[in-house]
Design a protein around this ligand. Structure first.
Ligand code: DGL
Length: 287
């Protein structure tokens, strides 16, 4: 396997940019190719069969472009479609559920305290799958887990309403009762790190918030090393890596302009290389 190949990342849309940002920060020598399935977002309310189909089409599209590893940034696709993706690809596939769950258990052991549960907030489909509870219990069979769907958080993050009156009221409605129950809370959806401050204040400053994307970036770093796939020096010509510079390639399945605007709000930079594509059927450029 060629170590200079990029790492593929896909998400249902723009939210996975939080995972891209974490990967970029921890792996400055690597190049990334990101696919946001903006034509078919959201995944969080769709059925298992549909999410599997979308996820496999996205994974095949990225694999056809030549990647050395695939990171599934979307929690919903990670929770529902990992077996389907693994059977469709020949390369390593990393999803965000296991790293997020393991990070929660590790943090919690350090924390202790009176509240006894690990909370997970995610989309409806992720919560229904029970994937986080299973992964947390695998890391700690005695863990008590409480999962909660917070679907409106996705739209609030997309609007850039990271901390206003409406967001605070919705956060209070979703999370108030978790305050007395959880000592650790997993942000089990790509968009939720954008609302991190308001979530933290709502559940209490002493609750450990776990960003699954951040935890995944650390696991990808060790896996690359273990497999001998890590790039040991910066990509040729790169002086200092910047988020969204022209070494990273971004694809979307619709509305590239909107993706660029939201990316700028999330990351402070617009992708230099951004193309609209179709990932189902024949891969072909739309524009
Ligand atoms: N990317 C999705 C996730 O992390 C959130 C948005 C959606 O519902 O597609 O679960």
């Amino acid at each position: 396997m060629n170590t200079s190949l990029p790492i593929g990342i896909f998400d249902s849309g723009v939210g996975g940019l939080t995972v891209y940002r974490a990967l970029h920060e921890h792996l400055p020598n690597e190049r990334f190719v990101y696919l946001g399935d903006t034509a078919r977002v959201p995944y969080g309310t769709k059925s298992l069969a549909t999410v599997e189909r979308y996820a496999v089409e996205n994974a095949r599209f990225l694999a056809a472009h030549g990647i050395k590893m695939l990171v599934v940034a979307c929690n919903t696709a990670s929770a529902l479609a990992l077996p389907a993706i693994r059977s469709a690809l020949q390369i390593d596939v990393v999803v965000v559920i296991g790293p997020g769950a393991r990070a929660a258990v590790a943090k919690r052991k350090q924390a202790g305290g009176l509240r006894t549960q690990i909370g997970v907030i995610a989309t409806e489909s992720t919560v229904q799958s029970g994937a986080y509870t299973a992964a947390i219990r695998k890391a700690d069979p005695d863990a008590l887990v409480i999962e909660r769907a917070c679907p409106l958080f996705v739209q609030l993050a997309e609007e850039g309403w990271a901390d206003n009156e409406v967001t605070r009221t919705i956060a209070e409605t979703y999370l108030a009762d978790l305050r007395s129950k959880v000592d650790t809370l997993v942000l089990g959806c790509t968009h939720y790190p954008i609302l991190r401050d308001v979530i933290q204040r709502t559940v209490g400053e002493d609750v450990n918030l776990i960003d699954s994307g951040e935890a995944t970036a650390l696991e990808v770093k060790s896996l690359l090393k273990e497999r001998g796939l890590a790039r040991l020096s910066p990509p040729t010509g790169a002086l200092e890596r910047q988020l969204c510079d022209d070494l990273d390639h971004f694809y979307v399945t619709d509305a590239a302009e909107r993706f660029a605007r939201v990316a700028e709000r999330f990351l402070g930079a617009k992708p230099s290389r951004l193309e609209a594509v179709e990932v189902w059927g024949e891969d072909r450029l739309k524009s």
